[in-house]
Design a protein. Structure first.
Length: 100
């Protein structure tokens, strides 16, 4: 079995949390078994997150739902992958660290 093919980032919204797309592209560039990353609904929340945060929320069929937070905004991100939750969390931490 060869190197996994890179996943794809679905562009279905015109608005994203600032800094989110480079992190998602870095996550896909890690050559992990991530098939699809789809940013979802953007919403306003009460609490303030000064820096971009990305955490695994709940498992979904075929992957996980993540929540991205920055400022007063929150955005769902759907990741279709064969990774287990601890592996995905480690990959997210690495992508967040390499983006700056």
């Amino acid at each position: 079995m060869g190197k996994p093919t890179p996943g794809r980032l679905v562009w279905n919204h015109s608005t994203h949390i600032p800094g989110l797309i480079p992190v998602l592209e870095t996550l896909l560039a890690q050559a992990l078994p991530v098939r699809t990353v789809t940013p979802g609904r953007l919403s306003t929340v009460r609490s303030h997150a000064p820096h971009l945060r990305l955490k695994v929320s709940v498992p979904i069929r075929g992957g996980f739902k993540l929540i991205a937070r920055k400022g007063k905004s929150a955005q769902e991100v759907f990741v279709l992958t064969e990774l287990a939750q601890p592996q995905l969390e480690a990959a997210i931490a690495q992508a967040m660290a390499t983006r700056g």
